[in-house]
Write a protein that binds this ligand. Structure first.
Ligand SMILES: [Zn+2]
Length: 417
C-alpha cells in the first residue's frame, strides 16, 4: 500500500513538472495565422499541385486509419484475452526457459504479431507512394530497411523487457522507482546517442565539400551561436525524392545534415532557409525540450503502470497474476500502444508550436520571406504534401503547421516589416 501512495505522489509531481515545462517552454504565444490569411495563401498555390497533394492524401488516409485500427484491435485482443498468455506460456515451454527469458521472447512475439498485422497496410501505403513517384527505392531495398528496423526493434524492445521483468522480479513492490529513474535517464541518453548510432544504419553521410553554401551555413550557425561539429550530406536520393535537412545531436555530436535531394533540387538560398529553420530548433533547445518531456513522461508512465498493477480485473482477463508475471506481457504491450495513440496528438500539438517558432526564427535570421514562401511551395510540391489538410488529420497527425499556415506566417512577417 505504501508503495502505491509513493508512486501516486511521484506521478503527480512528475505530471505537474511536465505541465510547467509545457506551459513555460512551448511557444504558445506564437499565433496560428487566421483562416482568411491561410485561404489567401492557398489561392496563390498552383491549383494542379494542390489537387495532386489532396488526391494522394485521400488515398493514404484510409490506409493509415485502417492500419492503426487493425493494430489496435490486434493488440487489444492479445492483451485483454488469455491469447497472449497462452502464446507466452507455449514459447516458454518450447524453449524450456526461465521467467525472464520467457517474458522477453513472449513480449517480442507479441510485438512481432502486431507489427506483422500492420505490415500489409504499410506496404499498400508504400505502393501508393511509389505510384506517385515519391519513393523510388525497390521492394528489396525496403525489405532490407525493414530487416534493419526489426533488428533494432529486437535489441531495444528486448532490452526494455529484460530490464522491466528483471526489476519487477527483484523488487515486486519497489520496482517503479528504479525503473522510472532508468527510463528517464535512458530517454535523455538515447536522444543524444540515437542520431550518431542509428542514422548511419539507414543513410550514408559524407562531409559537405567546401563551397560558398557550406560557408553560408556555418555563418548562419555562428550567428545563432550554435556550435556545429560538421555539415553532412545524406544520400537520401537512393530512397526517393523527398527533400529535407535537420540539425541533430546535442553538444559534441551536433551536426547539420542536408539531404542530397535538397542540394540537387533547390537553389542555395532555399537550402539556407531550411537550415536556418533547423538552427532555430537548436537555438531554442527544442531537442532537449523534447527529450526532457519524454523523460518526464517515461518516468511518470512507470509510476502509473505500478498503480495500474494494483487493479486485478485486466490481469484476470489476460490470464496473468500481475505485472511481474510474463503472461502479462500482452497486456503491457496493449497499454503502451493505447498510451502512444493517446499521446501522439498531444506531442503533435507541442511539435506544431515549436515548428512555428523555428519558422519565425528562419524568417528573422534570413530576412527573406520570399524565398521562404518559394521553399515552402517547393517542399510541398516535391513531397506532394496536402497543403491544407482537414482539421482532424492535422490535429491527429500534423507534426508541422500546414503549408498554407506557414505561407500565411511568412505573409504576416512581410506585412510586419
Ligand atoms: Zn522543424
Amino acid at each position: 500500500m505504501a508503495s502505491l501512495v509513493g508512486a501516486a505522489v511521484v506521478a503527480a509531481v512528475l505530471l505537474v513538472a511536465a505541465g510547467v515545462v509545457v506551459g513555460v517552454a512551448v511557444p504558445w504565444r506564437i499565433p496560428v495565422p487566421p483562416r482568411t490569411a491561410q485561404l489567401a495563401a492557398l489561392a496563390r498555390l498552383p491549383a494542379e499541385q494542390v489537387a495532386r497533394g489532396r488526391a494522394l492524401a485521400a488515398e493514404l488516409r484510409p490506409l493509415r486509419y485502417a492500419g492503426l485500427l487493425v493494430e489496435l484491435v490486434a493488440v487489444l485482443v492479445l492483451g485483454l484475452t488469455p491469447l497472449a498468455a497462452r502464446l507466452v506460456t507455449a514459447i516458454g515451454d518450447a524453449v524450456g526457459a526461465g521467467r525472464l527469458v520467457t517474458a522477453v521472447l513472449g513480449g517480442l512475439a507479441v510485438v512481432a504479431i502486431v507489427e506483422l498485422v500492420g505490415l500489409p497496410f504499410a506496404a499498400r501505403r508504400r505502393a501508393v507512394l511509389r505510384r506517385y513517384g515519391l519513393i523510388t527505392q525497390g521492394w528489396a531495398g525496403w525489405a532490407v530497411d525493414l530487416g534493419r528496423g526489426a533488428v533494432l526493434g529486437i535489441v531495444f524492445v528486448g532490452a526494455a523487457l529484460a530490464g522491466f521483468f528483471a526489476a519487477t522480479g527483484a523488487w515486486p513492490h519497489a520496482w517503479w522507482a528504479p525503473v522510472a529513474g532508468a527510463a528517464a535517464i535512458l530517454t535523455l541518453l538515447l536522444s543524444m546517442v540515437f542520431p550518431v548510432l542509428v542514422e548511419p544504419l539507414f543513410n550514408r553521410f559524407t562531409p559537405m565539400p567546401d563551397s560558398p553554401l557550406r560557408d553560408d551555413l556555418l555563418a548562419l550557425a555562428a550567428a545563432d551561436r550554435v556550435r556545429v561539429r560538421a555539415v553532412l550530406v545524406a544520400d537520401a536520393s537512393r530512397r526517393g525524392s523527398a527533400v529535407n535537412a535537420y540539425v541533430s545531436g546535442l553538444g559534441p555530436t551536433r551536426r547539420i545534415v542536408v539531404f542530397d535531394t535538397l542540394l540537387s533540387a533547390a537553389p542555395d538560398a532555399e537550402t539556407r532557409l531550411v537550415v536556418a529553420h533547423e538552427l532555430g530548433h537548436a537555438r531554442h533547445h527544442d531537442v532537449p525540450l523534447a527529450a526532457g518531456l519524454g523523460a518526464l513522461g517515461a518516468a511518470c508512465g512507470c509510476c502509473l503502470l505500478h498503480l495500474f498493477g494494483a487493479w486485478h480485473a485486466p490481469f484476470a482477463l489476460a490470464g496473468a497474476t500481475g505485472l511481474a508475471d510474463p503472461r502479462a506481457v500482452g497486456l503491457l504491450v496493449a497499454l503502451l500502444t493505447v498510451a502512444q495513440l493517446v499521446l501522439g496528438p498531444v506531442g503533435n500539438l507541442v511539435s506544431r508550436r515549436v515548428e512555428a517558432r523555428a519558422d519565425r526564427h528562419a524568417l528573422r535570421t534570413t530576412g527573406d520571406p520570399a524565398t521562404f514562401a518559394a521553399m515552402q511551395g517547393r517542399l510541398a510540391l516535391r513531397n506532394l504534401a496536402d497543403v491544407d489538410p482537414g482539421r482532424v488529420a492535422q490535429t491527429l497527425f500534423g507534426s508541422h503547421p500546414s503549408t498554407v499556415q506557414r505561407l500565411a506566417a511568412a505573409d504576416e512577417f512581410t506585412a510586419d516589416r
